[in-house]
Design a protein around this ligand. Sequence first.
Ligand SMILES: Nc1nc2c(ncn2[C@@H]2O[C@H](COP(=O)(O)OP(=O)(O)O)[C@@H](O)[C@H]2O)c(=O)[nH]1
Ligand SMILES: [Mg+2]
Ligand SMILES: [Zn+2]
Length: 363
Amino acid sequence: MRKRDTRGENCGEQPRVSVGCVVLTLSELGWSDAFQAQWDDADLTPLRIAEVHRTRMLAIGTDGPCDIVAPHQDSAAYAVGDWVLVNHAKTVQHRLDRTSVLDRITTGRDGTGSATQLIAANVDTLFIVTSCNADFNVARLERYLALAAGADCVPVVILTKADGTDDPEGFRSQAQDLQRGLQVVTLDARDPGIARDLAPWCRAGQTVALVGSSGVGKSTLTNTLTGDDLGAGALETGEIREADGKGRHTTRFRALRPMVQGGWIIDTPGMRALQLHAPEGIDTVFAEITALIDDCKFRDCTHAHEPGCAVQAAIRAGNLSPDRLARWRKLKDEDRIATQTRAQAHQRRFNTGGKQKKTAKKR
Ligand SMILES: Nc1nc2c(ncn2[C@@H]2O[C@H](COP(=O)(O)OP(=O)(O)O)[C@@H](O)[C@H]2O)c(=O)[nH]1
Ligand SMILES: [Mg+2]
Ligand SMILES: [Zn+2]
């Protein structure tokens, strides 16, 4: 195995690629030491997945965008943002370990059964989008924050429609209180100047994804950050009909699109239904409750009525709000149920002889 080192800011010798009118190096595509350490075969080429379709994928590398295929033409195990190593025939040989992953649980048409669907990988920053209006909801924000922490993404709360309120600061400070050290930005998503305000998360090599309810301004923000209303200059994307057998369902490609500041944005419809899991995510967002629990007298304290409960003591002292505790409880319960559901789905797959197992064996 030969090792190769072609990354670095100075790409003088590297092959360069034009996407729109920008030339790219691996590091500009989001390559980092974590991926470099996994590239151990110089005969294989690293590419970043920009679009995932059922039987093929679009990827970008230093030689430009190209179509690639997964082993057995099955793309299910790959996400937009993944780094893969391909051979000369443009077939994926390895998927590099991810630095972060966003996924969701899909349920069958009859409401039973569930599977995990990958949405995006190697996302550095999750823009959690809500508006300075009735959409603003602390419980929903906490849920998204837990999701970001569980997925290993840095959260930034983006409060759109700041132009429509007299008190953007009121919304900002409410959001700020939800997690220690949280970054919160208020803006008008239509203002081209915001590309500059959000630049710390949008520069070359960085990848962002957006979550938030319908109508909060995700598409507006994406268009402003990509500098383009019509999609020109973006990678080739567009409306497709997903072949669902009946041809009813129309959806857009999941796509990695370049931003004016040099970074990448993952624009995907599936982001709305992202699944909360990984209990550590909840523990991170509710760090003050996590810390209190350590001081409860009983190890199995339910923090409801027990003597020596540090959580209830904090509520009595006015250091913790009962509402915040109730929201924490709800997320914890939900996480427990989701974990059970996943375990059951796993068990079902096991019982059916692993027929649904799709991940190709790594060689
Ligand atoms: N005044 C104002 N309107 C906005 C802002 N962001 C989005 N909008 C408008 O809100 C509507 C919904 O935005 P859209 O981007 O489609 O939301 P999405 O469903 O989250 O993608 C559109 O009419 C936008 O022009 C903002 O910051 N200020
Ligand atoms: Mg939209
Ligand atoms: Zn307790």
